[in-house]
Design a protein around this ligand. Structure first.
Ligand SMILES: Cc1cc2nc3c(=O)[nH]c(=O)nc-3n(C[C@H](O)[C@H](O)[C@H](O)COP(=O)(O)OP(=O)(O)OC[C@H]3O[C@@H](n4cnc5c(N)ncnc54)[C@H](O)[C@@H]3O)c2cc1C
Ligand SMILES: NC(=O)c1ccc[n+]([C@@H]2O[C@H](COP(=O)([O-])OP(=O)(O)OC[C@H]3O[C@@H](n4cnc5c(N)ncnc54)[C@H](O)[C@@H]3O)[C@@H](O)[C@H]2O)c1
Length: 586
C-alpha cells in the first residue's frame, strides 16, 4: 500500500505538484530567530547556536502576528530560509504550523498530496460523515426504539448512497480548504511537492522521485509529519473495487450485500457500524482470540452485546486472512483464505461480495531520505523519537534539529495526538521543554453508541499496579447509563462507564465509556488526568442536571479514597460580623 500512496502523489498534475511559490521569490531569507536563552535552556538540543549574537531579544510571541514575523535574531554563524520546515500538512503538521506561528517562527509547510492529510481527506472527517448519515438511517429504521418514544415512521426509510458519499466528500473538501486558508492567513509559506531530506537543515522538494528538478529550502529546524498509509498484509492484493482499504471504502462507490472486514480495530468497528446501518451483512476476520483486542475487555464484551450481536454481523477470531482473491462486483465473489493463528493451518475460506482490509497502518516515510540525517526507522518503518519528539539515530542519539510527530512516529496514531505532539515539538524547539503525557490522550470509536477511553485498560492498570507495588491500592468503579436521567429520556440507557484509580492517592489511571456520546464525555476524565487532578479534586465539581455528564459525576462520586475523608474539623466562625451565628454542629 505504500505504493498506493506513491501513486496518489504521482497523480498530481505537473502544475499542481510543482512549487506554487518559485524558490527564488518565495522563501524569504531569515536569520536565527530565537533568543539564545530559549534554546540553551533545552539541554537536549545541540548548542550550535551558542555563538549567536542576539541583536533583538524581544520574545516574539508577545507581539502581534504581523510584527512577529519581522522579529529576527541575527547570528554571525548561520542563516536559513525558515525557522521551521514542516514536511506534511496533515492535522499534525497543520497544528504544529499554527503553534509555530504563534511562537513567532517563520514557517514553511511542504505538502506532497493534499492539505489535511489522512484525517481530513481519507480518515476522521469523511468517516464521521458516513457514520452520521448511516446512524440516522439506523435510528429511523429502528421502529421499536421510535415506538418507545411514541413515534411511528410511515412508509420505508430510504437513503441515497451517492448523496451520502457526496456528503462525506464535500465535508472533506470544505475542511481541507479551511485548513489551507488558515495557514495562508497566518503567512505560512505553503509549498507543494514531495519532500526529501537533504541534510539536517535542508529539504529538497519536487515531483515524487524527481526532487532533483524541484526546489531546495533550508530551515533551522525540520519537522517530519508525513503520516501513514493503510498497512496491507502480504497475500492480499488491493483492486480498489472488491478488495479495498478505508481509502476506497470512504468513497462508498457501491454497497456490497456481504462484506468481510479483516481486522476488528477502530476502522473495522466504525465501518461495520456504517455497513450494517445501510443494510450490508458483515463478517469480521480477526487474528486475535477476541474482537476489539485493543480495548478494555469488559468494554469489548459490552460492545459485542451492543454493536455486534444485535446486528447482521458474524465473525471468525483466532484466524489470519492469509490469501485473498479479488472478485467482480455482482459477478464473481471475493475468496478469503483463513489460517489458524496458532496451528498456521488453513482452516476455512469465505466467499463474500467485498473485503475491507483494516489491519492497521504503516508509516509513510518512503522516499523521505531519512538516511541523509542518519535517522534509522524501526523494523516497521516508524521514525524513532524521544519524549521531546526529537528524531533518534541508530545509536539512539538525538539527530539535532529534526523532529518527527504524528502517525509517522507510531506513538499514538490519532489525529489529536499528532497535533498535540506537533505543538509539544514546537515548544521544545523554542527552548521550553515539554513532554506530552500520552496516557492522558483520549480516544474514541464513533460507533452507535460510541466507545471512548483514556489511560490504562483494567488489564493494563492491574499489570502496572503489580509492577509498581500498589496492587492492593488499585480500585475499579463502574456506573451504568441506566442510572442517568438524560440517557433514559433518550431511551438510550445501554452503556457503562468504568474507572481505575488508586485508593491511596486518588490518582486516576484510566476511564472507559461505552454509551451515548461517550466520545464527548471522556474529556472530563482526560483533562483531569492531564492536569493531574485526583478523584478527591473532582468530587466537588457540579454537573448540569439532567445531562449525560452526570455519568462521569456518578463514577467519581462512587469512588472511595483511603484514608477516609478526615473527620470534619470543629467549625469556626471567622467573620466577626457573623459572631452571633451559631456554628453548625460538628
Ligand atoms: C478511516 C480512518 C478514520 C480515522 N478516524 C479518526 C478519528 O476519528 N479520530 C482520530 O483521532 N483519528 C482518526 N484516524 C487517524 C488519523 O487520521 C491519523 O492519526 C492522522 O491523520 C495522523 O495525522 P498526521 O498529520 O500524522 O499524518 P497524515 O494525516 O497522514 O498527514 C501526512 C501528510 O504528509 C504528506 N506527505 C507524506 N510524505 C510526504 C513527503 N515526502 N513530502 C511532502 N508531503 C508528504 C501526506 O500527503 C499527508 O498529507 C483515522 C484514520 C483512518 C484511516
Ligand atoms: N475513531 C478513531 O479514532 C479512529 C478511527 C479509525 C482509525 N483510527 C486509527 O487508524 C489506525 C488504523 O486502524 P485499524 O482499525 O486499521 O487498525 P487497528 O490496529 O485498530 O486494528 C487492526 C486489527 O486488525 C487485526 N489484524 C491484523 N492483521 C490481521 C490479519 N492478517 N488477519 C486478521 N486480522 C488481522 C489486528 O489484530 C487488529 O485487531 C488505528 O491505529 C487508529 O489509531 C482511529
Amino acid at each position: 500500500m505504500l505504493n498506493a500512496q506513491r501513486t496518489q502523489l504521482g497523480q498530481l498534475s505537473a502544475q499542481s505538484a510543482w512549487c506554487t511559490l518559485p524558490h527564488q521569490t518565495c522563501p524569504r531569507k531569515t536569520q536565527q530567530s530565537r533568543p539564545q536563552a530559549w534554546r540553551s535552556s533545552l539541554g537536549l538540543i545541540q548548542p550550535r547556536w551558542q555563538q549567536a549574537q542576539c541583536v533583538l531579544l524581544t520574545k516574539a510571541s508577545s507581539r502581534p502576528a504581523a510584527h512577529r514575523r519581522e522579529l529576527r535574531l541575527q547570528t554571525a554563524a548561520h542563516s536559513y530560509d525558515y525557522d521551521l520546515i514542516i514536511i506534511g500538512c496533515g492535522v499534525g503538521g497543520h497544528g504544529a504550523a499554527l503553534h509555530a506561528v504563534e511562537c513567532g517562527l517563520k514557517v514553511a509547510v511542504l505538502e506532497g498530496h493534499d492539505v489535511g492529510g489522512t484525517c481530513v481527506n481519507r480518515g476522521c472527517v469523511p468517516s464521521k460523515a458516513l457514520l452520521a448519515a448511516s446512524g440516522r438511517v439506523r435510528d429511523m429504521k429502528n421502529a421499536m426504539h421510535l415506538k418507545s418514544l411514541g413515534i411511528k415512521v410511515a412508509g420505508n426509510v430510504e437513503f441515497d448512497r451517492q448523496s451520502i458519499a457526496d456528503h462525506a466528500n464535500q465535508l472533506a473538501s470544505s475542511i481541507k480548504g479551511n485548513l489551507a486558508r488558515s495557514l495562508e492567513a497566518l503567512g505560512v509559506d505553503m509549498l507543494v511537492g514531495a519532500a526529501k531530506l537533504a541534510g539536517p537543515h535542508s529539504v529538497k522538494y519536487g515531483l515524487p522521485g524527481r526532487v532533483d528538478v524541484g526546489g531546495e529550502i533550508t530551515g533551522q529546524d525540520i519537522m517530519i509529519a508525513t503520516g501513514s498509509v493503510p498497512f496491507v498484509p502480504p497475500g492480499i492484493p488491493i483492486d480498489g473495487k472488491t478488495v479495498f482499504t478505508s481509502d476506497h471504502a470512504l468513497k462508498m462507490d457501491w454497497l456490497p450485500k456481504w462484506i468481510a472486514i479483516i481486522g476488528s480495530g477502530y476502522i473495522g468497528l466504525e465501518f461495520s457500524d456504517v455497513y450494517t446501518a445501510l443494510g450490508s451483512e458483515v463478517t469480521f476476520v480477526e487474528a486475535m482470540p477476541d474482537l476489539m483486542p485493543g480495548f478494555d475487555k469488559e468494554i469489548a464484551r459490552m460492545a459485542q452485546r451492543l454493536l455486534i450481536n444485535p446486528r447482521s454481523i458474524d465473525w471468525h477470531t483466532n484466524v489470519f486472512a492469509t490469501k485473498v482473491i479479488p472478485g467482480e462486483p455482482g459477478v464473481k465473489p471475493v475468496i478469503i483464505e483463513l489460517t489458524d493463528a496458532k496451528t498456521k493451518q488453513v482452516v476455512d475460506s469465505l466467499e463474500v461480495d467485498a473485503c475491507l482490509v483494516a489491519t492497521g497502518r504503516a508509516p509513510y516515510t518512503q522516499g523521505l531520505g531519512l538516511s541523509a540525517i542518519g535517522a534509522a526507522p524501526d523494523r516497521r518503518g516508524f521514525v524513532p523519537v524521544n519524549d521531546y519528539m526529537q528524531v533518534l539515530d541508530e545509536k539512539n542519539k538525538v539527530v539535532p534539529h529534526v523532529y518527527c510527530i504524528g502517525d509517522a512516529n507510531g506513538k499514538f496514531m490519532l489525529a489529536h495526538a499528532a497535533s498535540a505532539q506537533g505543538i509539544s515539538a514546537v515548544e521544545n524547539m523554542c527552548g521550553r521543554p515539554h513532554v506530552l503525557d500520552h496516557l492522558s490522550v483520549p480516544a474514541a470509536a464513533f460507533t452507535h453508541p460510541e466507545v471512548s477511553f483514556v489511560g490504562h485498560t483494567e488489564e493494563a492498570a492491574r499489570e502496572a499496579a503489580q509492577k509498581g507495588g500498589f496492587a492492593d491500592k488499585l480500585a475499579v468503579t463502574k456506573t451504568s447509563f441506566k442510572a442517568n436521567s438524560k440517557a433514559l429520556a433518550e431511551k438510550e440507557g445501554e452503556g457503562l462507564a468504568k474507572m481505575m484509580y488508586r485508593k491511596d492517592t486518588g490518582e486516576i489511571l484510566g476511564v472507559h465509556i461505552i454509551g451515548l456520546h461517550a466520545a464527548d464525555l471522556i474529556h472530563e476524565a482526560s483533562n483531569a488526568m492531564s492536569t493531574k487532578q485526583t478523584v478527591q479534586d473532582l468530587k466537588f465539581s457540579v454537573h448540569t442536571h439532567p445531562t449525560l455528564s452526570e455519568v462521569l459525576d456518578e463514577l467519581i462520586k462512587t469512588s472511595h479514597v483511603d484514608p477516609p475523608a478526615q473527620k470534619r474539623p470543629e467549625p469556626k466562625v471567622l467573620d466577626p460580623k457573623l459572631k452571633d451565628l451559631q456554628p453548625l454542629p460538628a
